[in-house]
Design a protein around this ligand. Structure first.
Ligand code: BGC
Length: 744
């Protein structure tokens, strides 16, 4: 058997080398996977135990010396564990690091050790290694760290999302890894949620477009040496917990689920995304990991996804310990596999494969059911070129953290900054004397957020050498800046003699449950600092570095507000460039910034959300609007014209608008097209974003932009759960330009 398989592997390698399919073809080939004779023949050669091993994913903790979660330093391969994992359990997938980032050399050593075991196993099937490279390959020392997804969304720049995806993929491959647990396609409509910042914001169109672009970057047109498989997460309905807290119950009616939560996944699947991770939470009383309607009927039958479905962390076990829908781990395995899971991110026990084998022996899970999943897993390994692969050397990826990669990350960070107020104070001049204060004034970890070198992103000893927080960066640049680490009381005396005060507030890094909060308000000491800053006679620039829009009272006397969100390693350089006018800000909010902790509605709210206690229509009163953002340039809009004011349901509408940069400063403007359906059988939103385009306009230049909107783009999910565009009157709004049209 061994010999026979080796011949097969060599034959395959030749095939892979000359006929590696493109990603989109790979998606199609996934659909036609039954016809892939190589995958079929590998599958046919496997024992039940080997098949089960392919469905098992463990964390690197399970391969190194020391207990899980507290591996012994320095992390080293434990041969006894390797023997258990690969020779006895035939495990097919490994994920993550054992707690913190490694050098590339160390990563490649790990992969070589793993490969030695899989190469000498009976089946010789390579391991599929997965990692959360969510803003660059974050678990590899000194990799290029980009803005987090929410900051990237502030750029509204889909081309940048693709570039970031491509560089991340390259550096992930340089670390010997071919599977990236990214992007997050959950929609962020509740600012309390601790993973708000891992998303592309609150709007379906923006999330879908940014999502498809970053996947394009990860997977390329064709999976080559520089690409990785994307993993869409977390399917489905993760972001809308009733409590606002991580992994707590969500109630999402199917109509809303289909209109706001599903389209971005559907678009990404159509774009060829190769894998999907499941939502750890429960929706409408059913944990998604056992929901066959979602995992099989919706995902497989309706959306036609035939790639790999992986659980989230320990989620089969949580069906017993947290969700209480299964009495035993074994029952939970039966329920989730039969619901549609292909691979279990176990990831810290050896019981899963043992119990799954018992379930097969007892006839509770059929071997045909295993085959379905294992074929999908082998197909992904095949499409990624893993069969017959070599572990790369450091020299194979000379552009890892290259100047060009860093320049792109800096550009992305600059584009992510959103200027929300500027009362003639910015840009500053480089010879002004500054005071910088606030808890994030000198904190690189705060700029990077969670999933940076460690899960929670809070270990400063692992930060990229030569990167700084805002104060450190300004010092490097020779700015006359003093750091004040004290509280509100001392601020006014410290500000004396300074030309301006820069106050940097916000959040420290977090993700998942450790990021749950009890109030959306910023902590009291920060609220006090902002109030105290509002009383100064010196100009004040407020910079907010955070993962979700935390609420605060914004005094009128604060002269400028810059929202930096989580711009990554290059955030401080980007902030400095905006402060001193060397970069013209162009970021726009991808979410609505609430004014009060207990009052939030998204921009696409309903008309009833407008009714105030005095029966006025001004109840929607956010601090900053979705889509808002200032520039050092000034733009004017004119000449909105429509190709027709009467259309039929299958028509397309062409819109033209002129945007003029009436200043002398070149800049980038994000043109946003909103449409309002005036009357509909499902209560219409006050407006919906239906198109957008980011465009560079020279000082004094006019550009005419054209947008094409199909009438089907204006559809909503109706009572029968079908997408429908209803005839009637519609308004279009582009900045201050408005027009109407009818669908007859
Ligand atoms: C997170 C996922 C992540 C996985 C692997 C989970 O806790 O919810 O987003 O991909 O861990 O690290």
């Amino acid at each position: 058997m061994k010999l026979k398989f080796s011949v097969l592997a060599i034959a395959c390698f030749t095939f892979v080398a000359c006929e590696q399919p493109t990603t989109k073809e790979a998606a199609k080939s996934n659909k036609a996977q039954g016809e892939n004779s190589f995958v079929d023949s590998v599958l046919a050669s496997l024992s039940v135990e080997e098949k089960i091993g392919q469905m098992t994913q463990l964390t690197l903790d399970m391969l190194v010396v020391g207990p899980a979660y507290v591996a012994e330093e320095p992390h080293t391969i434990d041969p006894a564990r390797m023997d258990t994992v690969f020779n006895q359990l035939h495990v097919g997938s490994i994920l993550n690091c054992a707690g913190h980032s490694y050098s590339r050399e160390k990563w490649l050593d790990f992969h070589r050790s793993i490969k030695q075991y899989t190469d000498s196993s009976r089946s010789e099937i390579p391991v599929l290694y997965g990692i959360d490279a969510i803003h660059g390959v974050t678990y590899t020392d000194e990799s290029t760290l980009f803005p987090q997804q929410i900051a990237l969304a502030c750029s509204w720049d889909t081309a940048m999302a693709k570039r970031m995806g491509a560089i991340t993929a390259y550096e992930t491959r340089a670390s010997g890894i071919r599977w990236n647990f990214s992007p997050v396609l959950d929609i962020a409509r509740d600012p309390r949620w601790p993973r708000f910042w891992e998303t592309f914001g609150e709007d379906v169109l923006l999330v879908s477009e940014m999502g498809e672009s970053i996947i394009d970057g990860y997977q390329g047109d064709e999976i080559g040496d520089d690409h990785v498989a994307a993993c869409l997460k977390h399917f489905l309905g993760y972001s809308q917990a009733l409590s606002g807290k991580d992994r707590t119950q969500a109630w999402i009616p199917e109509r809303q689920l289909r209109e706001y939560f599903l389209p971005q996944f559907e678009q990404a699947i159509d774009a060829g995304a190769m894998t999907i991770m499941i939502n750890s939470g429960e929706m409408n009383g059913i944990p998604v990991h056992v929901n066959k309607t979602i995992l099989t009927d919706l995902l497989r039958t309706e959306l036609g996804f035939e790639g790999l479905v992986v659980t989230d962390w320990e989620d089969i076990k949580y069906l017993v310990s947290r969700h209480k829908v299964a009495a035993t781990y074994k029952d939970a395995i039966e329920m989730s596999i039969n619901a549609g899971i292909d691979m279990s991110m176990v990831p810290v026990d050896y019981d899963f494969p043992v119990l799954l084998k018992e379930l097969v022996d007892e006839g509770r899970i059929s071997e045909d059911r295993l085959d379905l999943s294992v074929r999908r897993i082998l197909q992904v390994k095949y499409d990624l070129g893993l069969f017959g692969h070599e572990v790369p050397t450091v020299e194979d990826y000379p552009d890892f953290a290259s100047d060009a990669h860093k320049a792109t990350a800096l550009e992305a960070a600059k584009e992510s900054l959103v200027l929300l107020r500027n009362e003639d104070v910015l840009p500053l001049s480089r010879n002004q004397k500054l005071l910088i204060a606030g808890p994030n004034a000198d904190d690189l970890n705060a700029l990077n957020g969670g999933w940076t070198r460690t899960w929670q992103g809070d270990d400063a000893s692992l930060n990229t050498p030569g990167k700084f927080g805002v104060f450190g960066q300004l010092q490097q640049e020779g700015v006359a800046v003093e750091l004040w680490a004290g509280n509100a009381n001392g601020l006014s005396s410290k500000a004396k003699g300074k030309d301006a005060v820069v106050l940097v507030v916000g959040e420290k890094p977090y993700t998942e449950t450790p990021g749950d909060i009890e109030s959306l308000d910023l902590p009291k000491d920060q609220l006090d600092l902002i109030e105290a800053a509002g009383e100064l006679n010196t100009p004040v620039i407020l910079i907010v570095v955070e993962g979700r829009p935390r609420t605060f009272n914004l005094p009128d006397q604060v002269d400028a507000v810059m929202l930096a969100m989580l711009p990554g390693d290059f955030g401080a350089e980007a902030i400095s460039a905006v402060l001193f006018g060397e970069h013209n800000p162009s970021g726009r909010l991808p979410f609505t910034y609430p004014r009060y902790a207990s009052s939030h509605a998204t921009y696409d709210h309903k008309h009833t959300d407008l009714i105030s206690p005095t029966f006025g229509t001004d109840a929607f009163n956010p601090l900053f609007q979705f889509g808002a953002g200032l520039s050092y340039s000034e733009y004017e809009y004119s000449n909105l014209t429509l190709s027709s004011d009467t259309l039929s349901l299958d028509d397309e509408l062409e819109l033209k608008v002129t945007v003029s940069n009436v200043s002398e400063i070149s800049g980038k403007e994000t043109v946003q097209v909103y449409v309002t359906d005036l009357v509909a059988t499902i209560t219409p939103s006050v407006k919906r974003l239906r198109a957008f385009q980011k465009v560079e306009i020279e000082g004094g230049e006019n550009v005419e932009l054209t947008f094409t909107i199909s009438m089907s783009d204006l559809a909503f999910v109706n009572e029968s759960l079908d997408w429908e565009t209803e005839p009637g009157e519609f308004n279009v709004q582009i900045n201050n330009q408005t027009a109407s049209f009818w669908i007859k």
